[in-house]
Design a protein around this ligand. Structure first.
Ligand code: FES
Ligand SMILES: [Fe+2]
Length: 395
């Protein structure tokens, strides 16, 4: 259903949304429909993903000429490619001839052209159309008007962000004070040491909520909880569209979050960090879809790409100091295996939640005192819901 201005209407009750916006001890969680309703999902894709900065990945994936990533944001497909000018460029992944997807692979490398697989129109790395077979005699066909459509792009603290609407607030305001943490952990200078993609049968917000609390850690992650006591962290606040907190490595002889108490990798800490940081993990959710976790010796990035109310593609990637990653014998598998296990434990409970949240007998739950960061995340969503619902009343 669309409303008078052609936008998808948001089928939620303002009173239910208002309950999520109360202070933590009085608040109820987001209404169940927010996790299962197709129209809420479409509203979110239009308003939280199309009209906002969305994280597509890390700068190291697109910093070389011709290196590209392709990601889907709702119905739209976006390509970011390293240009001949040394800068990444973002485009809609739709051929200007008959609309085919130009790039099919999620990641890859081309030399100097992006070529449509259908009739071989080809585009330079700045998006301009450079070859279009059998178009020379076509009346009024101006090649310069048929380049790939550019998408607004920003790289902030190593994160590749795009804004499909072209009208989102300045990217620096979106990231806000999170940049201090991204910079301190040198996120822009790290390089990838591994990646795992997941298909999760859960709503994207359920995945972000789960990421924002460790109340479930003793039961769900016995291995993680043995390294870090679930009550050891604190919330971190600051300007920008994000929330987050800390955890501390409380096991006496653990070195980082990894298999064998983190000793298997035996990696030096990220440059510029102090001894105190050796026992700290920071985790942040940059709205709407990036989860960034900072460890003494690596940074982990989850990016969430929702495809349905009950399905999300998750890309998880691990980043290390270049020097560390290029050293002989570099083996990140202790960190990757540890988090792969933890991720799968998380997806399991996210999917359990998804199974229940839309069924008879579930009404919005209450937050415990240990779910302050979940409440922060839900508030980032609920504020946007409420703005739309208020506009509806005013219209
Ligand atoms: S649709 Fe791309 S060349 Fe025809
Ligand atoms: Fe977890």
């Amino acid at each position: 259903m669309v409303n008078g201005n052609g936008k998808v209407a948001l089928p939620l009750d303002p009173e239910d949304v208002g309950r999520a916006l109360r202070p933590l001890e009085y608040a109820s969680m987001l209404p169940p429909a927010a996790f299962v309703d197709q129209q809420v999902f479409e509203w979110e894709m239009q308003n939280l993903f199309h009209d906002s900065w969305v994280c597509l990945g890390h700068i190291s994936q697109v910093e070389k000429q011709g290196k590209f990533i392709r990601r889907e944001i709702g119905p739209d497909s976006v390509v970011v490619v390293g240009g001949e000018d040394g800068q990444p460029h973002a485009f809609l992944n739709v051929c200007r001839h008959r609309g085919a997807r130009v790039i099919e692979e999620a990641d890859g490398q081309v030399k100097r052209r992006l070529q449509c697989p259908y009739h071989a129109w080809s585009y330079a790395l700045d998006g301009s159309l450079v070859a279009a077979p059998h178009m020379d005699d076509v009346e009024d066909f101006d090649r310069s008007c048929y380049g790939l459509i550019p998408v607004r792009l920003a790289t902030v603290g190593g994160l590749v962000l795009v804004d499909l609407s072209g009208e989102a607030p300045e990217p620096d305001d979106h990231v806000g004070e999170l940049i201090e943490h991204l910079d301190r952990y040198r996120t822009a200078d790290l390089v990838s040491g591994g990646r795992i993609d997941y298909e999760v049968d859960a709503n994207w917000k359920g995945i972000a909520e789960n990421y924002n609390e460790c109340l479930h850690c003793p039961g769900v992650h016995p291995e993680l909880n043995a390294l870090s006591d679930y009550m050891s962290g604190e919330e971190i606040a600051g300007a920008g569209s994000w929330c987050g907190g800390s955890m501390f490595i409380t096991a006496e002889n653990a070195a980082t979050m990894g298999k064998e108490g983190g000793h298997a990798g035996n990696r030096p800490r990220i440059e510029g960090l102090s001894e105190e940081d050796d026992r700290t993990i920071l985790y942040f959710a940059l709205f709407p879809n990036a989860l960034v976790s900072m460890h003494p010796d690596y940074v982990m990035l989850h990016t969430l790409f929702p495809t349905a109310p009950d399905h999300t593609e998750v890309i998880c990637e691990w980043f290390f100091e270049r020097k560390t990653a290029e050293a002989e014998g570099f083996d990140p598998s202790d960190a990757i295996d540890f988090w792969d296990q933890t991720n799968r434990q998380d997806w399991y409970v996210c999917e359990l939640t998804q199974k229940g949240v839309g069924t008879t007998g579930y009404t919005a739950g209450r937050y415990s005192g240990e779910e302050g960061t979940v409440h922060e995340f839900d508030n980032l969503v609920a504020v946007r819901y409420m703005e739309a619902l208020n506009e509806r009343v005013e219209a």
